[in-house]
Write a protein that binds this ligand. Structure first.
Ligand SMILES: [Zn+2]
Length: 703
């Protein structure tokens, strides 16, 4: 169907917005909740673009439950506190069959029953959330916090695609106010990718998926959260206003599912102890193959009436219990605490341990995360500690196991207030738990930078690994990056070193020589500028084409690049304002390290730069996405719907409503071959109707 917002009545606009929202929501649900995509990416994107345009043009159409809200809102100043109307529970734990049997028997004795149907579900290792819906529309999302009150993370939770912004169902079937609870998690498969990205831009890696889910959910800038592929399983109803017709936990889950909330497919109704134990055994076996961490199984009495009768002991419900899987943990001695200085100056504490086996691997080092973690858990040298390994994740020190048995001379660990490498002062920024050495000339930072510069994804210099990156500066061969390219002049001196034989010296020099032909994005990434990952290095390279131009880039020019925000633009401008860095760039260029990006004609000069296109129909030589990429690479805009601002409509075969609309709005319709000539050779298609072009209207009136 075609829709023309310009000539529509307000009612038609409202209806169109509602229709688009429903189509997008339904597609999201099929994709994220039921794993059965309905729209392809281009179709989805087209609807989203149309809806965004519609809402932008008609602010009265704005709605908090619109899927457009998922792209994230501007940064929040902090998080407001939310008091939970009903406290969010903790669960009692059992660790074996006997423990489970004892819990079950106590419940049955309490109820004076012989048996009670139960529900078994996976205990997801994520972050508990409570989401309140008013009249079916998501109103607020809060973290568990201490159970009594948590943080308002509504804007961030809106970006999680498996969380319904609006509950589905006939009116009357959804209570006027209902709070749904569940667990947010980051899929394991996305965890590694996220960490790799963080490390390349100089941010500390997350320790485990749970930690990264928490970090993602607590981003002050929800558009950051929107980039993280968080997911959620719902598992219960909290506060509710209105008639309560649901009588069992199982039915609760079915109701949530019916409203569009994702529930975990492993959940089972069971009626005997044997079934419970079989469920636990099976999930224990499957644990490693799941795409999310679980640390056990939760068993709940199914009947809500029985749950109500059972009530609570303290804060633990009598009607539910967590059967915890044994963690891969071990106890050992924390021999010493050391502090590493990273490339960006981050001081990272780590524990030297008495080597011990954990989960089949000998562990002699473990992370202590940061200063706050050490303070909070009061780790001290000489302590007996519990360490833990989960999957491929770096071993970590969990807690002190000997606090009561410490000798009288045990002293709290004092985190160095100066850099352990250069002795300069350190700073701890407000929004992150990282302590940094602020000395730009810190030797440890430089050694790491050298290592990074030479790494495979950067300049790929064979022979310049961790050891050589330390030795060269320490022995006075290299004091800045450019010195690497002067090393060949000192071959004789290098040969005199005991450490390096002739072969190694020559291989190193050969590796350095070969790196001269690395492309510009690699060089930009290799410089180790905070925030510049391989992707942003590509963008800079495309836009500026050479090192000198990047060096002179203004904040305004940087901000015009898709994907570069204010923080990154400021960092770059600041980096290139420092005299030492300007000299480094100059030296590199002088030494011949000056790659030119010739991927395509400079986009700023290309006639497609700044021009708005819409692509529709089936193309012969490329996909619509490829055509859109081409437009973007040349600095043009590729939007999803035809509006008065559209300059060209590229119409392939079977172009439908967009073509009709373009014709009505006098948008210049071009063929695929005209498009290719435009993109490849810069030949601007000749307008069939020169009389009404903007240039004419804006031309000065000559008498
Ligand atoms: Zn330092």
């Amino acid at each position: 169907m075609q829709f023309d917002s310009a000539s529509s009545t307000p009612d038609e606009l409202v209806a169109r917005a509602a229709q688009l929202r429903e189509e997008i929501n339904s597609a999201n649900r099929l994709y994220y909740v039921e794993n059965a995509p309905e729209l392809d990416d281009a179709e989805w994107d087209a609807r989203m673009q149309e809806l965004l345009a519609l809402e932008a043009a008609h602010p009265n159409l704005h709605s908090n439950d619109s899927p457009t809200q998922r792209v994230g809102a501007p940064p929040a100043a902090g998080f407001d506190e939310v008091v939970h109307p009903i406290p969010m529970l903790s669960l009692g734990n059992v660790f074996d069959e006997d423990g489970f049997l004892a819990w079950y028997k106590r419940a049955l004795d309490f109820l004076e029953l012989d048996s009670a149907p139960m529900v078994c579900e996976l205990k997801i290792d994520g972050l508990a959330l409570a989401i309140t819906y008013r009249n079916g529309v998501m109103e607020q999302a809060a973290t568990r916090g201490d159970g009594e009150s948590g943080e308002d993370v509504t804007a961030n939770v809106r970006t999680i695609r498996s969380v319904p912004l609006k509950l589905e169902g006939e009116s009357g079937t959804i209570p006027p106010v209902i709070e749904l609870r569940g667990e947010v998690f980051l899929p394991n498969s996305k965890f590694t990718t996220l960490n790799t990205e963080r490390e390349t831009v100089g941010l500390p890696a997350y320790v485990n998926p749970r930690n990264s889910a928490s970090g993602s959910l607590r981003q002050l800038d929800s558009s950051e959260t929107a980039k993280r592929p968080l997911d959620m399983f719902f598992y219960s109803i909290g506060y509710v206003e209105g008639p309560e017709e649901i009588s069992s936990h199982w039915d609760t889950l079915q109701a949530i599912k019916g409203w569009g909330g994702r529930t975990n497919e492993w959940t089972r109704e069971v009626s005997t102890v044997e079934e419970v134990m079989a469920f636990i055994a099976k999930t224990g076996e499957q644990r490693e193959s799941l795409d999310y961490g679980i640390d056990g199984v939760v068993i709940k009495i199914d009947s809500l009436a029985l749950q109500h009768r059972l009530g609570f002991v303290g804060r633990d419900p009598r009607w539910a219990i967590a059967y915890k899987f044994p963690a891969e943990q071990a106890e050992t001695t924390l021999k010493a605490i050391h502090v590493n200085v990273g490339r960006t100056g981050a001081l990272t504490p780590w524990a030297e341990l008495e080597p011990v086996m954990v989960g089949g691997v000998t562990v002699g080092r473990a992370t202590l995360h940061n200063k706050d973690e050490i303070d909070r858990k009061d780790f001290r040298e000489g302590d007996r500690v519990v360490i833990q390994r989960a999957g491929d994740v770096i071993p970590q020190v969990v807690e002190v196991s000997s606090k009561n048995k410490r000798s009288s001379d045990s002293k709290p660990y004092v985190f160095p207030d100066a850099c352990p490498s250069c002795g300069s002062e350190t700073a701890q920024s407000e929004d992150e738990a990282v302590t940094r050495c602020v000395n730009g000339a810190c030797p440890a930072q430089f050694e790491r930078l050298l290592e990074h510069f030479a790494s495979r994804v950067a300049m790929d210099i064979e022979g310049l690994g961790e050891r050589v990156s330390q030795d060269l500066p320490r022995l006075g061969f290299v004091s800045n990056i450019a010195d690497i390219y002067r090393l060949h002049e000192r071959r004789e001196d290098l040969l005199e070193l005991d450490k390096m034989g002739k072969t190694r010296v020559d291989n190193l020099l050969k590796g350095i020589e070969a790196s001269r032909s690395q492309p510009l994005p690699n060089l930009l990434f290799a410089l180790g500028i905070t925030g510049i990952g391989s992707e942003s290095a590509e963008w800079l390279s495309r836009r500026f084409r050479n090192l000198s131009a990047v060096k002179e880039a203004t904040e305004e020019e940087l901000l015009a690049i898709d994907g570069i925000g204010l923080v990154l633009a400021t960092t770059l401008v600041e980096y290139f304002a420092i005299e030492q860095n300007r000299k480094l760039i100059g030296d590199l260029i002088e030494l011949g390290i000056n790659p030119i990006d010739e991927t395509l004609e400079p986009s700023a000069d290309h006639p497609a730069n700044g021009v708005t296109f819409v692509v529709t129909g089936r193309l012969e030589t490329m996909s619509r996405s490829e055509a859109q990429n081409l437009i973007k690479m040349l600095g043009g805009k590729a939007t999803g719907s035809v509006t008065g601002k559209t300059e060209y409509l590229l119409a392939g075969a079977e172009a439908g409503s967009k073509l009709e609309k373009a014709q009505r709005l006098n948008v210049h319709v071009i063929t695929e071959s005209e498009f290719i000539a435009f993109m490849d050779d810069g030949i601007v298609p000749v307008s069939p109707d020169l009389g009404s072009s903007d240039e004419e209207e804006n031309a000065p009136l000559l008498s």
